[in-house]
Design a protein around this ligand. Structure first.
Ligand code: GCW
Length: 680
């Protein structure tokens, strides 16, 4: 044996091979040969064949036939899979079939006769990436698409390489579209040199079945087009957009369409000209229609001095139901407020009857510990998909409504705000990759369980170096099961130490990381301050949204208004979302509200302590790089959880005037110390 070989063997035995996580869940190398037959060739089909060769698992030689054909059981980009055939109606369908086959081989799932059809036709990432390379609410480095400086518009081999890896990762979980820039959009996005770069990106994404989309600024005609107005009914404005759209399609024939944030948080919109959201959206939709493009019009609108903020989007959009073109889709965040650790679903789901509504989920953990906390988001999205809208009685879940099963919408879509950046591991936290993975899997199949997704992701992401059956058994018992349990609990844990029992938006200042229930400086919009949301006073805590309060309960279909309205029937997880509850109110469990609040915060901290202990045992099973990285982050999460608990309990105690129950860990910090920490 040569010296190098010896060293290599030694390194492998010590399990200290470098592992920066860049390969995501696509780490498997083939363990056998496969013959791939396909009558036609194309860039997409070539990738499909290459993936099979690269990832094939099996000792004996395999044979796979790829075939495009019509089949009544298949819709859209769906596919059928048997041991040696993959059928689909489209080329991306074949590619998805290949990834599914490999995933099954690699995770040990059965392979025979699988038919899959996507829950949504369009499954998109939304990047909040700015042209200068920064990312709004991004915690994993800078943009992989944009940068500032002299070479901002040069496309390098490195760029192409990264975009290819990005496209491959997305295609492997079924994502087929991407909005390349921030919804707080720069008008420069539509300038010729930027569009040229979009074309270059599109060329790399195309073979993976991914279309580009752009977020546009509504006032672009006046900002970059030299027009006096951006009024959507003005003929010059209409012509400007038509010409812009035709310029885009000349460069990118499969361009997907526009995403628009209008009349929200200072962004311009049709209301600036006395027009409605429908006027604005339809004008853009008409320009895109001849090319098959769509408009995703965001419902995230609210005014500083308006009604209860969680009612505003509903009140703005429901009166316009039916007034939108059929290539306009209203894009609504899952909850009516803003990506909080827990919210009830937005009543726009089930509220709009003639206009398609698409969910926007947030993969980047703006309000869930950013790149530090381990929070697996699939349970939150599962809770959302399974929520009953009661639009047509029981069974009218969000999954069915948004998937077009209740009303046959022309387009069905879903979007996730990306957590991807230039960090070597793409997402900042090794476990944040699981959220990208989960979003794709649920966009493909919104009935998948969090448990299955976590199981797949762990198996694909962490190598089992104990090859034989006995080794696999140990790996399963000692690594997969405990890590899965930790992931599945992690969201509820974050809710517990951040804002249990329906509390919401009690974050500090603008960074949305740590606690700041007290934060309300003079001159700041009330609806941007925590006291607006928690309403704590000496009587109790919580936002009264009952019929005698803001009446947000009435925006839901029956029986939800009465269920939410009554303190006794309102699910406790939404209690302080819908009610202002007296401190000494007795909950179902028998505790007073104050005591239960204390127990929840305390439990949250203790659970993170348990996560640390679980992970501390994992050194044997994971490469050292990711082991230490996660260990360090969990330590920080634990410190943060204690800060959350002490900050919230000590602050609210000023109102409740009640002692912490005996079996709750006493505070570590003083309130006035914590009130000084404004940054993370
Ligand atoms: O949650 C808020 C974020 C903003 C974001 C906005 C939105 C892109 O704090 O950073 O802006 O929502 O969704 O438009």
């Amino acid at each position: 044996m040569t010296r190098t070989l010896l060293l290599l063997t030694l390194l492998l035995c010590l399990n200290i091979t470098a592992e920066d996580g860049h390969q995501l869940w696509l780490r498997a190398q083939n363990t056998g040969q496969v013959t791939v037959k396909c009558k036609t060739g194309s860039p997409t089909l070539d990738i499909a064949a290459q993936e099979l060769h690269q990832g094939w698992q099996g000792k004996d030689g395999g044979h796979i036939k790829l075939k495009i054909k019509q089949d009544k059981r298949i819709t859209g980009d769906g596919f059928r899979l048997t041991r040696n055939r993959i059928y689909a109606q489209t080329e991306p369908g074949i590619l998805y079939g290949v990834y599914e086959l490999l995933r099954r081989q690699q995770t040990g799932a059965p392979i025979d006769r699988v038919t899959q059809n996507p829950s949504y036709d369009l499954r998109l990432l939304n990047h909040w990436d700015n042209l200068d390379g920064s990312i709004e609410r991004g915690y994993a480095g800078s943009s992989i698409f944009w940068r500032k400086g002299k070479d901002a518009f040069t496309v390098t081999a490195q760029d192409r390489n990264l975009w290819t890896e990005y496209a491959r990762a997305n295609a492997s979980v079924g994502i087929n579209g991407t909005v390349l820039n921030n919804v707080n959009a720069s008008p420069q996005m539509l300038s010729p040199k930027v569009l040229k770069r979009v074309q270059e990106i599109a060329d790399v994404l195309r073979p993976y079945g991914i279309k580009p989309y752009l977020a546009v600024k509504f006032s672009s005609p006046s900002l970059i087009g030299g027009l006096k107005t951006s009024d959507p009914l003005d003929p010059d404005v209409i012509r400007w957009w038509q010409e812009k759209v035709s310029e885009i399609y000349a460069l990118i024939p499969d361009f997907g369409g526009f995403l628009v944030k209008a009349n929200s948080e200072g962004q311009p919109g049709p209301q600036d000209f006395g027009r409605t959201h429908a006027d604005g959206a339809n004008m853009l939709a008409d320009a895109l229609k001849p090319y098959g493009g769509i408009v995703m019009w965001r419902a995230f609108v609210y005014k500083p001095s308006g009604d209860d903020r969680v009612k505003q989007a509903y009140n703005e959009f429901v009166p316009l139901d039916g007034k939108f073109r059929d290539n306009v889709i209203i894009q609504s965040k899952n909850g009516p407020l803003d990506f909080q650790p827990r919210e009830p679903f937005s009543p726009l789901f089930g509220g709009m009857k003639e206009t398609a509504v698409m969910p926007e989920l947030q993969i980047t953990q703006e309000y869930l510990g950013q790149n530090v906390h381990l929070v697996f988001l699939a349970p939150m999205w599962e809770e959302f998909f399974n929520s009953e809208t009661y639009m047509e009685g029981p069974g009218s879940t969000i999954a069915r409504y948004t998937g077009g099963d209740i009303i046959p919408f022309q387009h069905t879509l879903i979007a996730g705000v990306s957590n991807i950046g230039s960090d070597p591991n793409w997402c900042g936290h090794p476990f944040a990759q699981a959220n990208w993975y989960a979003f794709g899997r649920m966009a493909w199949n919104n009935a998948l369980s969090s448990e299955q997704i976590a199981d797949e992701w762990i198996k694909l992401t962490f190598k089992n170096s104990w090859g034989n059956d006995a080794g696999k058994e140990i790996f399963n018992e000692k690594f997969i099961l405990p890590v899965k349990e930790m992931m599945l609990k992690s969201r509820e844990t974050a809710v517990n130490y951040m804002m249990p029992l329906g509390l919401h938006h009690i974050f500090a200042a603008n960074h949305h990381y740590g606690p700041g229930p007290w934060w309300a400086p003079a001159g700041v919009r009330k609806d941007w301050t925590p006291p607006y949301y928690h309403q704590a006073d000496d009587k109790g805590i919580g936002f009264d949204r009952t019929r005698t309060g803001s009446d947000a309960v009435s925006l839901y279909h029956k029986p939800l208004p009465s269920v939410f309205n009554d303190l006794k029937t309102c699910p406790e997880k939404y209690l302080l979302w819908f009610h202002h509850v007296p401190w000494d109110y007795k909950l179902h469990i028998g505790n007073t509200l104050w005591n239960e609040l204390c127990y929840r915060y305390d439990r949250g901290v203790k659970e993170v302590d348990k996560f640390q202990k679980t992970w501390n045992n994992m050194g044997l099973y994971v490469d050292s790089e990711r082991f230490y990285q996660v260990q360090g982050k969990l330590r920080e999460q634990y410190d943060n959880a204690r800060i959350w608990k002490d900050a919230c309990l000590l602050y609210f105690q000023q109102f409740s005037g009640m002692p912490l129950p005996d079996n709750v860990e006493p505070p570590v910090y003083r309130l006035n110390e914590l009130m000084q920490i404004d940054k993370k």
